[in-house]
Structures are given as structure tokens and as C-alpha cells.
Ligand binder design. Structure first.
Ligand SMILES: *Cc1c(COP(=O)(O)O)cnc(C)c1O
Length: 457
């Protein structure tokens, strides 16, 4: 076969001096403020003092900040520069394979030391805890990405790091655990017998594969038990979404370099942080009337909190220890099937994303995992990057839309977040390539049973 000389790899790079120096807080730009988190006992809005056993004051203040821009500390910028600004690519070869007139761009976050977007927030979180004299951080991890990113950041700031890894992922992904340990972190399989929550929830055989909700209960319990320890969350909260906006701020500049404007921005949503990180700066421009992209969340069919959950106050964890957050939720004791995209197995959704969805400023679609991996393999064989299982959901929707553009002839410019590589997720590719991957349909009864546990307000 002749070599095709017409396809050129287009890579849009910023230099270090163009790296954004502030994160973007979308809250003051929204037409209505998001509902506040509530105290689980009193149902009154939580104050900063309620959160002090969990987070350092600097992050609590970011959580409730009304400032549009928050400066990135110099020490954090120095670490970001190890891999930032990250590249934006035009997927010419994928477009050619799909024979589509659509133009597809992807912002690649797999270049970070952890292989995903997670260090964009783990580094500032470790920094603010270190500045406030904290000794150790606890956390949960689903796919292992967040645990890896936090262990990396803790190592840089001299903090200890203790991680509860969701059982199914602990069993399936020994390499993620080993990477956390290489960075100096300590890893437990969740549910564990180290916490009351783990012992109580682990007694139910249905919980043996674990869930993010259970692992969060364990990590929170361990943090509040010791005043020198705090808890770190890798998604969902306002300050986490805030830190990820550096992705979209860079992508805005890179799309301008490419001379193109997205008509569709699509990202996968577990708790919503990489999606928010890419889309919020573009949403700012949309709210200002400068551009008008459709903003689309891709969620797994087996854990579809936006498309099949309800918008209600619910707990962020399974044992009911966190504040109540108004969000799209499947119910805090929903245990999703052990699909390969472990990072998307969360019963809830970021309150900020949920609010923006309710305001009608974005859409969501659910995708079954075999369609995701079919798209991922096309992507890998044309673009040369093996995606993590989570962003394959966004790639699948990008492929759907690119094929639609072929039918309608409508000008379509797609921007997606390739938020991580899949080098530690190759067993998922093994299952797909060897015909062992299934799309499990979640019954209405199972959704209904989990939804019935949402607190009545
Ligand atoms: C953690 C993770 C996710 C899911 O979390 P979000 O907060 O929704 O971004 C998605 N993709 C990758 C690669 C992850 O590591």
C-alpha cells in the first residue's frame, strides 16, 4: 500500500511563557448561583468551620470563592511547567479513517507524570496542605489515576499519602497500586477492615467489588480521626473543577492558533473535573456571546448520573459522612457494574456541572463500553495514543458526531479532552479485542432501589 503523504500531524504548542497563571472560577458568571452544600444533621448550609477537619482553609475559601480568577501559586506553576502547557492535536488521520468533513481536535493530558489530568489539582491540593502544616493526606482512588496523581504531589511536598483503592480496580490494576507505592503512597483495598465504614459496608457481599462512594467514606473517616491529617478529593468539588480550568484556558489559545472555533466540546464525566476543566473557559466565552459551541458530557451507560439520575440533595459517599450536595445522583448506595472505566463509576456528579446542566447550558449522552472501545481502537490506530478507558466515552461521541456530519454536511468542529493514556488499562483492551467485553444493561429496578435511598429533605 502506498504511503499517504497528504496527512500532516498538526500539533498546537504554547511555550512556557504562555501558560495561564490563573484558574477560572465560573460561579460569578452563571445566571444563578449553585445551591449550597448542607449539613447532614441540621440541613443548614455548611460553613467553613464544618469543612475544617477535611480540607485546608485555602481550599475551603476557593470552594466558596466569588472571584472570577484565582492566581496559581508560583510553586505550583513551577511544577506544572514540567508538562504544561499540554499539546492540542488535530486528529487528521482519524478524520480520514472516518471519511468525515468534521474537524476533530483533542487536548492531551496524558503527558503529565501520572498520565492524566489529575495532577492539575493534586499538585495545588498538596501545596496548600503543606503550607498549612498538614502531615498526611488520605484519599480514595477508582481507576488508580487519582491515587497516582496525589502520591506524586505528596512526594514533591514531603507529605504522607494513604489511599483506599476501589476493590475491583485494586484486583484488576496492580500496576496502578505499584506506581502509587513507587511515589511513596500506602494503598489499601476498599472496603477494608481499617475503618468503621469499611467494616460495616464490607459485611455486605454486594459491596465486595467496592465503589468510589465506599472508598470515600473510608478515607474521610481516617482523615477526621487525626488533626494532622486531611482528606483530598480528585473530582466533584468546586475547587477541583477550578484547578482543572487551566486545560480550557490553554485550549482557547491553541484553538485560536489553529484558526478554528469548536461547534462541539465533548468530554467524559465521572465526577466532572476534566470536562469542566476543558469546557468552563469556553462556556465563559459562550455566556459572553463570543462563541456558541454545544457542550456535551459523555457518561457510561452503566453509571449514567446525568441522563438517568435525579437532581437532589444526596451524600457524596456511601456511609453518609459528607455534607449533602445538590447534584445529579443515582443514589449514594448505587454500586455500578465493574466496567473498565473505573474513573467513571461514581454515583453522583459535580454540583457545579449538575447546576449548569439544569440551567440548560450543556447536554449529556450515555455510551455503552463496547462502542467506546471500538472508537478507542480506531483512535489508537490512527493517532498513535492508546486512550484511558474513561476518555473513550468522549471519543465515541466525537466519532458519532463526525459520522453525523458526513450525513448532514453541517460544518462540525469537535474539541475533546483526551484526559489520560491507557498504559495501565491494557487488560480492558484485552477484554475488548478478545471478545470478552459486554454491555451490561442496568435494570430499572436497580436504579429505583438505589434512588430510594436519597435522603428526604
Ligand atoms: C479520574 C479520571 C476521570 C474521571 O474524573 P473526572 O473528574 O470526571 O474527570 C476521567 N478520566 C481519567 C483519565 C481520569 O483519571
Amino acid at each position: 500500500m502506498a504511503v499517504d503523504e497528504t496527512v500532516r500531524q498538526h500539533k498546537y504548542l504554547l511555550d512556557e511563557s504562555q501558560m495561564p497563571t490563573a484558574w477560572y472560577n465560573i460561579i460569578p458568571d452563571l445566571p444563578e448561583p449553585p445551591p449550597p452544600p448542607l449539613h447532614p444533621g441540621t440541613h443548614e448550609p455548611v460553613g467553613p468551620e464544618d469543612l475544617m477537619p477535611l480540607f485546608p482553609m485555602a481550599l475551603i475559601m476557593q470552594e466558596v470563592s466569588q472571584d472570577r480568577y484565582i492566581e496559581i501559586p508560583g510553586a505550583v506553576q513551577d511544577i506544572y511547567r514540567q508538562w504544561r502547557p499540554s499539546p492540542l492535536f488535530r486528529a487528521h488521520r482519524l478524520e480520514k479513517l472516518l471519511d468525515t468533513p468534521a474537524r476533530i481536535y483533542y487536548k492531551y493530558e496524558g503527558v503529565s507524570p501520572a498520565g492524566s489530568h489529575k495532577p492539575n489539582t493534586s499538585v495545588p491540593q498538596a501545596y496548600y496542605n503543606a503550607v498549612e502544616g498538614i502531615r498526611k493526606l488520605t484519599t480514595e482512588t477508582g481507576a488508580g489515576q487519582w491515587g497516582t496523581a496525589l502520591a506524586f504531589a505528596c512526594a514533591l511536598f514531603g507529605l504522607e499519602c494513604e489511599v483506599w483503592q476501589v476493590g475491583a480496580s485494586y484486583d484488576a490494576k496492580p500496576y496502578r497500586r505499584l506506581m502509587i507505592e513507587a511515589f511513596g503512597g500506602e494503598v489499601h483495598r476498599s472496603p477494608s477492615d481499617l475503618t468503621n465504614a469499611g467494616r460495616m459496608l464490607g459485611a455486605n457481599p454486594a459491596n465486595q467489588s467496592g465503589s468510589l462512594g465506599i472508598a470515600i467514606s473510608e478515607a474521610v473517616e481516617a482523615a477526621v480521626a487525626d488533626p494532622t491529617v486531611r482528606y483530598a478529593l480528585g473530582s466533584v468539588l468546586n475547587h477541583v473543577l477550578l484547578h482543572q480550568t487551566i486545560i480550557g484556558e490553554e485550549a482557547l489559545k491553541q484553538m485560536a492558533m489553529a484558526g478554528d472555533t469548536p461547534s462541539l466540546i465533548v468530554g467524559c464525566t465521572g465526577g466532572g473535573s476534566n470536562f469542566a476543566g476543558l469546557s468552563f473557559p469556553f462556556l465563559r466565552e459562550k455566556l459572553a456571546g463570543n462563541i456558541n459551541p454545544r457542550i456535551l458530557a459523555a457518561e457510561p451507560a452503566s453509571c449514567p448520573s446525568l441522563t438517568r439520575g435525579v437532581y437532589a440533595y444526596d451524600f457524596g459517599d456511601t456511609a453518609g459522612m459528607t455534607p449533602l450536595m445538590k447534584m445529579h445522583t443515582l443514589g449514594h448506595d448505587f454500586v455500578p457494574d465493574p466496567i473498565h472505566a473505573g474513573g467513571l463509576r461514581y454515583h453522583g456528579m459535580a454540583p457545579l456541572i449538575s447546576h449548569i446542566y439544569e440551567l440548560g447550558l450543556m447536554d449529556a449522552e450515555a455510551v455503552p463500553q463496547t462502542e467506546c472501545f471500538s472508537a478507542a481502537v480506531k483512535f489508537a490506530r490512527t493517532e498513535g495514543i492508546v486512550p484511558a478507558p474513561e476518555p473513550t466515552h468522549a471519543i465515541a461521541l466525537a466519532v458519532r458526531e463526525a459520522l453525523k456530519a458526513k450525513e448532514t454536511g453541517e460544518e462540525t468542529v469537535i474539541l475533546t479532552a483526551l484526559c489520560g493514556h491507557g498504559h495501565f488499562d491494557l487488560p480492558a483492551y484485552d477484554a475488548y479485542l478478545n471478545g470478552r467485553m459486554e454491555d451490561e444493561a442496568v435494570s430499572d429496578e436497580r436504579f429505583a432501589s438505589a434512588l430510594s435511598t436519597i435522603p428526604v429533605m
